[in-house]
Ligand binder design. Structure first.
Ligand code: ADP
Length: 303
């Protein structure tokens, strides 16, 4: 397998409050978070790339500089005139976080408009990682191009991994979300949902039901995360439940699932050992949630 992990989706500017009326600018987004953690977890002989579309403006350039500075290859990113990147602002009220988004016109929505660009970006990838948010932001005709490009890449030997990350507000309607997510899952070697989303939007009664539903759709392996509860790992002929270590001091659960996916996949792609992969996922996610923010460099610093 080619040692190249390619994540596809939308990275946004993040404005996080630092005081009364002041904000720090950062960059984040579900698939970018996973790419960032994958870069930290994979050995140096793997490359990690990110495919998206950005503008030609200064902030888009800063985003690419941030990705490159994190060791992520941006060589195939599309640059569009008269567009820019999406943005979200974190607001704090009585200690509770809420999010305001400006992303409806973001460049990333056009990441799949050119089927040739997309197929070139996917060509030679060992693993392609994307999410339900990657699909949700695309115009319907571009979702078809995206799924076709995945089919082509798989025929050439690329593995595929998908976190459904169900966000109905980003989709035109919930039925479209469910059918498109199910179709995408059927094209994937790894489907890595969070049970909370599956309960809310598919009405699954427990994590085993989610695993069976995605296996029936055609997924190779399903890994259902469920906060502090057991993770279910299922294939057509095996099923195991793994209990994550309890975490006492939870500070911020942002990117728990994104980091879990990265550590799990990095271990599975390099060793093929399921128990080690589940341990790696739970260990990293368990550390991430003890820190504030999505991208936690402290997880990788020697104690
Ligand atoms: P998401 O961020 O996608 O909602 P989950 O909440 O399901 O993801 O969590 C992903 C993983 O993070 C879990 O499988 C577990 O390993 C770890 N995790 C999350 N919350 C907790 C918790 N309260 N205690 C221990 N581990 C947790």
């Amino acid at each position: 397998m080619s040692k190249n992990f390619l994540a596809i989706g939308e990275c946004m500017v993040e404005m996080a409050p630092t005081g009364e009326g002041t904000y720090a600018m950062g960059f984040a987004g579900d698939t970018l978070n996973t790419a960032w953690y994958a870069r930290k977890c994979l050995p140096a002989d793997w490359s990690v790339g990110y495919y998206t579309a950005v503008g030609n403006d200064q902030v888009s350039g800063q985003m690419l500089d941030f990705l490159k500075g994190s060791g992520i290859d941006t060589g195939s990113v599309r640059r569009l005139e008269n567009r820019t990147v999406g943005l979200y602002m974190i607001q704090l009220k009585d200690g509770e976080r809420s999010f305001a988004y400006w992303r409806s016109q973001s460049a990333a929505r056009r990441l799949a408009e050119d089927a040739g660009d997309l197929e070139n970006a996917l060509a030679g990838a060992g693993l392609v990682y994307f999410s339900g948010i990657t699909l949700a932001i695309l115009p319907p005709e571009d979702r078809r191009k995206f799924l076709n490009a995945l089919r082509t890449a798989r025929k050439a030997g690329t593995k595929t991994a998908f976190d459904p990350n169900l966000r109905p507000r980003l989709w035109e309607d919930a039925d479209t979300m469910r059918s498109c997510v199910t179709e995408a899952a059927g094209l994937c070697d790894f489907v890595m949902p969070s049970f909370e989303d599956e309960l809310a939007h598919f009405g699954d009664t427990d994590a085993n039901v989610s695993a069976s539903r995605y296996l029936e759709a055609g997924a190779g392996m399903v890994v259902v995360k469920n906060g502090p509860e057991e993770v279910i790992c299922a294939t057509a002929d095996s099923r195991h439940a793994f209990q994550p270590q309890p975490v006492r001091n939870i500070v911020d659960t942002t990117a728990a699932g994104d980091s879990y996916n990265a550590a799990f996949l990095a271990e599975f792609l390099t060793s093929g050992d399921l128990v080690a992969s589940v341990d790696a996922g739970a260990k990293l996610a368990g550390t991430v949630i003890q820190h504030r923010g999505a991208l936690v460099a402290e997880c990788f610093e020697p104690a």
